[in-house]
Design a protein around this ligand. Structure first.
Ligand code: MG
Length: 143
């Protein structure tokens, strides 16, 4: 079932947008984020990292994100984003991303780029950002 357009998307960073700090973004990320921004979806990065470290790597990629949050516990950060901005979706690859989505009661999509195990029964996976564009097609295709 397709979701209606959310107010924002929360991105995990390592394993979801880039393989790791300093490495190129996965194919299709920049195009998809640009499309979402164009239809008014806010983009937030929430990473299990020091603020300075994640802020520096996000700036490196020039991805047009609205806020960057480095933290030890993602759940409260996502809860607060929901309070401030409305309805969100969370994209991540790790069990702590899944738990944060559950805590904030937002839909979760698991990035599975390296044949990782599914985090839980019924979790929606995406194996590429191109596939994610089909699962969450807000803003349409990249022209
Ligand atoms: Mg990750």
């Amino acid at each position: 079932m397709l979701l209606s357009q959310p107010d924002f998307v929360v991105l995990d960073w390592n394993g979801t947008v880039v393989p790791f700090f300093g490495l190129p973004m996965y194919p299709g990320v920049a195009d998809r984020i640009q499309v979402w921004k164009q239809v008014g979806i806010k983009i937030f990065v929430v990473s299990h990292a020091h603020q300075s470290e994640i802020a520096k790597d996000v700036a490196r990629t020039k991805l047009p994100v609205d806020e960057v949050h480095g933290c030890n516990n993602k759940g409260p950060v996502v809860v607060d984003l929901c309070r401030r901005f409305g309805r969100g979706v969370l994209l991540g690859d790790h069990s702590m991303d899944f738990r944060a989505a559950q805590e904030a009661d937002v839909p979760f999509y698991q990035a599975v780029f390296e044949n990782q195990a599914r985090l839980s029964d019924g979790v929606q996976e995406f194996r590429s950002w191109e596939e994610l564009a089909t699962l969450l097609p807000f803003g349409g295709k990249v022209s």
